[in-house]
Design a protein around this ligand. Structure first.
Ligand SMILES: *Cc1c(COP(=O)(O)O)cnc(C)c1O
Length: 450
């Protein structure tokens, strides 16, 4: 059996499996615990270890956390047309940087730029690996060893070490803090501009709000101020939606087109937040500035691969018809999903869970709030419905039993990721569209164990 596994998976994997089993046996014998030394048993355990080593570490999971765009769970699920485009691009060669008309070398941005111009009203566009890279590229290209003004109220930290002051430093720029945490006025910017600046920047406060006694300068006014001094005005929109979300009953967010129309020379935004596509950072704006990004060697280190370009090139045309967007873009579909439909899912699955868990846990259907996540619409929650599971604790403490319950769901073939809230494991059903996968693996839920 082991010889066959080594022949299939290779010597190194078989060796690692055998070594791990031997180490465990030594540990068990040293600790005086029972371990079967029957050669067939040992071989079976080694085989199981080898199979486990071969299982991919990156796996599909069911996101029942109640955060639609969960950065740790890979943010946006992509539309079918994008998935098909990625598969086609992955399988073979594509005209990535090849002009089919002239037979000469082409530009990989050419597959996206016309759509980005059409959808945003901007003159030009380029695309890099993520929005953090987009901001870095803009700052490095336009303000190397020079000063950049940002309001103190906008010096954001996004999860995963994206902090505006640190990005500025890495881009080689000097940050000029303007105004105060809660109030920044046009005079504050004017004073900074007098001090010799490379550009004026506005950053979307994606994951917090400054509330109460506050003031900020509207984009059009800030644009005029910058332009009077001959400086570019750059807006990092973060999520950056291409459509007015109000048409879906969501709060209005400034769209990329509105921001360009308000006078921004450049706008940066993410591909995998509200846009609902692959991880990418999109820069749109003035052609002369975008041209400088394309000539910065950093761009070469940040450029997109053919699969991401294929996905974006399939998604952007969907935005040409906002009427159908909520059907075809999963992120939007999940965000606008009707709460009664979510409740029906929770009731169906809650009943199945109650049958399966028996007296090991109580099952309740509860109303809850769901977040959009990833710094999109930070103050907006969506009404949702969850199945709340509470372990019936025996001897064990309730905390341990709850952790064990959450782990059992994570150990399913398609791991189910919920959210711990008080003494309950909450399974928020807003993002569960694939009920069959959820139900089909319930029999494998293992609640026993250490
Ligand atoms: C999310 C966000 C970023 C980082 O974008 P990524 O695509 O995750 O790299 C930068 N700025 C703002 C304002 C954001 O909201």
């Amino acid at each position: 059996m082991l010889r066959a596994l080594a022949a299939e998976y290779g010597h190194a994997v078989a060796r690692d499996g055998i070594r791990a089993e031997l180490a465990e046996l030594r540990r068990a014998l040293g600790a005086g615990t029972q371990a079967s030394l029957d050669p067939d048993d040992i071989a079976g355990r080694v085989a199981a270890r080898i199979e486990a080593l071969m299982r991919p570490s990156l796996r599909p999971v069911l996101n029942l956390t109640g955060t639609v765009l969960h950065t740790n769970l890979g943010r946006a699920p992509m539309p079918d047309v994008a998935i098909e485009a990625v598969a086609r691009a992955a399988a073979g060669n594509v005209n990535l940087e090849f002009d089919l008309g002239t037979g000469r070398r082409g530009d990989r941005d050419s597959h996206l730029e016309p759509w980005l111009r059409r959808l945003t009203g901007a003159e030009a566009a380029t695309v890099v690996n993520n929005n953090a890279a987009a901001v870095l590229l803009v700052l490095n290209s336009l303000a190397l060893r020079r000063r950049v003004a940002v309001s103190r109220g906008e010096l954001i930290e996004i999860g995963g070490a994206f902090r505006m002051p640190d990005i500025m430093a890495r881009a080689g720029c000097r940050l000029v803090e303007v105004g105060t945490t809660n109030r920044t006025h046009a005079e504050d910017y004017a004073a900074a501009i007098g001090d010799g600046l490379a550009l004026v920047m506005k950053v979307h406060t994606s994951n917090y709000v400054v509330q109460g006694f506050t003031a900020s300068v509207p984009e059009a006014e800030l644009a005029a101020l910058a332009h009077d001094a001959g400086l570019p005005f750059v807006v990092d929109l973060g999520s950056g939606t291409l459509v007015d979300l109000a048409r879906f009953g969501l709060p209005h967010e400034p769209t990329v087109a509105e921001t360009i129309a308000a006078g921004a020379d450049l706008v940066t935004f993410s591909g995998d937040k509200l846009l609902g596509g692959p991880q990418a950072g999109i820069i749109v704006g003035r052609a002369d500035l975008v041209d400088r990004f394309k000539r910065n060697p950093m761009k070469r280190a940040m450029r997109l691969d053919k699969m991401t370009i294929a996905a974006l090139a399939a998604i952007l045309p969907l935005y040409a018809n906002p009427e159908r967007l909520a059907e075809v873009v999963p992120t939007l579909r999940l965000m606008v999903r009707d709460v009664d439909e979510i409740r029906a899912v929770a009731e169906r699955l809650g009943a199945a869970l109650a049958r399966h868990l028996g007296d090991r846990a109580s099952v309740a259907i509860v109303d809850c709030d769901c977040e959009i996540g990833s710094g999109s619409l930070p103050t907006k929650t969506l009404a949702s419905v969850a199945v709340a599971l509470r372990p019936n604790t025996g001897k064990r403490g309730s905390g341990k039993a709850l952790a064990r319950l959450a782990k059992a769901f994570r150990e399913l073939p398609v791991p189910v990721i919920g959210r711990l809230q008080g003494d309950a494991l909450m399974l928020d059903m807003r993002c569960l569209e694939d009920e069959a996968t959820f139900l089909g693996q319930l029999a494998e839920l293992r609640l026993e164990g250490p």
